[in-house]
Every structure is written in structure tokens, then in C-alpha cells.
Design a binder for this molecule. Sequence first.
Ligand code: PFF
Length: 448
Amino acid sequence: MQNHRGEWSSKLGFILAASGSAIGLGNIWRYPYIVGKNGGAAFVVIYLLIVVIIGLPYMLGELSLGRSSQKNPVGAIDAIKPGSAWKGVGYLGVLTGLGILSFYGVIAGWTVGYIFKMITGNPGDFAIFISNSVWVILLFAFFIFITAAIVHGGISGGIERWSKILMPVLFVLMIILIIYAVSLPGSGAGLRFYLMPDFSKIDGNVILAALGQAFFSLSLGMGLMITYGSYVPKSEDLFTSAGYIVFFDSLIAFMAGLIIFPALFANGQDPEAGAKLVFVVFPELFMRMPAGTLVGAIFFLLLSVAALTSTISLLEVPVAFLIDEKKVHRKRIVWIIAGIAFLLGLPSALSQGASPFFTNFGLIPQRLADPDFLSQMSFVFGDLSLAIGALLLSIFIGWIWGAKFAASEIEMGSSYFKKFLKLWIFMMRYIIPISIFIILLNLFGIFN
Ligand code: PFF
């Protein structure tokens, strides 16, 4: 540790922690159901294009801002443009982290519940389980507690070591599940749905969904990569690191689709089933497999771990902000923020049948999000705030700070980046903000 804020112990440590943030429920729970709702393979093509053209260069922008300033999102912006309103973008990021944590923790709690359900050999009915307020709230509280306990002890040590072992195990397990799912009779239709694009299914909403999913999955648009970038030593190569993070994240999501869709079609289920997809399709797959209860329990355990490395990062953003800017102690503030996230998450926890009010909340129109409180939070913080945050941050990095300064920060430690420098500057200043802007206009129905 070279300074009081802490640093990653190695390049690998950084790549694992950032990949740990990126890989989570977004890849295995959210990605397949968004693919299913948005027509399958054509969505996948658009998604991958957005990841490479917008996600990767944008990620480099956030990382460079973090490493250059060695600060949290609010502090980083303030260091470059002291006292300006741009700081608001940093605050938006801190708030978004809290907002995502609140509903994400609820789903992570369900995942933990499914470890035990698989062990008992009878997963039961998903809808009944998530409408049981006592269980859901207890599991949610448990998950937030574990998250806070780890962030309480600082970032590196434990979680880096855990990720190193558990991420590869998740990977191997997923390969086995792909082989099994693809070999089921009737799975071919699922592969066709997932891999053979029908571009007539693409419209503005599909593109917005792909953008929102890309930012959510890569942990972009709320300053997480600013925060994690601030712990990267100057000698490290941000460019190849970002490449690895984006590659691993997309690979895991893509693999999740290769399990879900073949299994789903083999069981004759509906790909548009929405948020419950993973919790219904996977257990059914396990119940048909030899040693399925064991495989199922391990799978949900690893999914919980993947979710944990993401909730840790979500909590770390507000915590880092308060440590840097308000000079508070990590150990105390962690529990306060975690408590706020828990309270904020209660309506989401109750919105899956337990409370009719939160289940039919419906403040945001049906066209954009399902009426339950959890889906509405997921839209506001998981799609909209990330897109707005990314738009403003890309303008800030490209124009206010200056893409040239950002580029020279990336060049430090990465000689290879020189070849892409001009292209990157062009993307950061024009392509990224303009595409996000158009997609947002479309969201508000400007083109209809
Ligand atoms: N990227 C995480 C996932 O796909 O599960 C979710 C997430 C974590 C989003 C951290 C944003 C963030 F800052």
C-alpha cells in the first residue's frame, strides 16, 4: 500500500476485481431475460456491437479519469473543474450505486435462497417463494450484511483471493451446463432463437435495452470504473486490462444464453417470461440432470459469489466518496450506507406479491418497465441513470477535461494504445455521446 486509500496488489488483482464487479446477476440473470424479451439473436448482435464500439472505449475513459485523479467520482470531477456543477454527475453516480444495490441485493438474496432449495431437492414454485416477505427480507438482509462485512475490511485481500478460485470454477461449471443443455432433445429451436438473427425485430426500444444492458453489465455510467481506476498504479496498462474485463464479461453473458435458451425450448417454455427466467429454467434443468441437486446447489452458490463481487463494488462507490470527501472512517460509514441500501430495498423486496401496493406500483409507464417496484427501480437506476451518467461523463471526459489528457493518461503504461489513440479520441468526443443522446431521445418518444 503506497497511500492511505489503498491500491490493487497486482494487475491481475485489478482485472479480477473489476471483472468481479462486471460479472454478476447482470450476466446470468438479467442478460438472458433481456435477450428473450427483445427477440433473441438480433438483440445479441446489437448488444455485442454496442459493447465493443461504446462500452470498451467508454470504460477506458472512466478508468483514466480515476487513475489520473486518484479519487472517487465526485472528487475526480472536482479536481479537474473545481466548484463547477459537473460535480453533480459524480453525485448522480453515488446515488445510482445505492439505487442499484437496493434492488440488486434483493435478487442476490433469492439466489442464496435457491442454494438451499436445490439442496432440499425440491425448488418449489418461484412465484410463491418471492412473495414470502419473511424469507425474502431475511435473505436480503443477510446478503447486505456479508457485502458490508467485506467492504468493512478493505477491498483487496479476501475478495481478490476468492475471485481467483471461484470465478474459474463458475466458468467450468457453465461449460458443463452448456454441453448438457445443448444435448437435450428439442434444444435446437433454442439455439436458433439465440443465434440466428431476425433483424426485423430491431427497433428503438431494443437498441435502448441493449445499451442499458451493456452499461449495467460492464458496471459503467455511475463512476464505478472511476473508483476502481483510482486504485490502479500508474505503471499498469489500462488498455489491455479494459480489454480483458470486457471480454470476460461478454463471454460469461454469452455462455449463460447458451445454457438458458436450449434448456428453455427443450422444456417448451416462453423466452419472454422475464425476470423469473433463471430461477425457473435452471432448477428445472438441474432436476432432470444426474446429481442435479448437487450441481444446482453449487451453481447457485457460485452465482451468489458472482453477485457478491458486484454488490461489494456497488457499496464501494458511495463509501469511497465519503472517505475521500468527508474524511469519515471506512469502518463506520460502511454500516450506515449498507443500512440505507437495506431500507431503500425493502419496497423492492415486497414488490413480488407480498405487498399489492408495491407489486402494482406502476409510476413509470408500462411501455418502459413492468409495474412492480423492483422492475421500476431497475429501469430508473439500472437503465436510465446509467445512460444519463454515461452521456454526461463522456462529455466531461471528452470535452471538459479533454480527450487528449485522458489519452495521455491511458498511454502511460500502455505503449500499444498509441495505435488507437486518434480513433479513441474521436469515439470519446463524438460517437459515444451522440449515440447515447440519440438513444435517450428515442426513449422519450421523440422519434415516434
Ligand atoms: N455489472 C454488475 C452485473 O452485471 O451484475 C452490476 C453492476 C455492478 C452495475 C456495479 C453497476 C455497478 F457499478
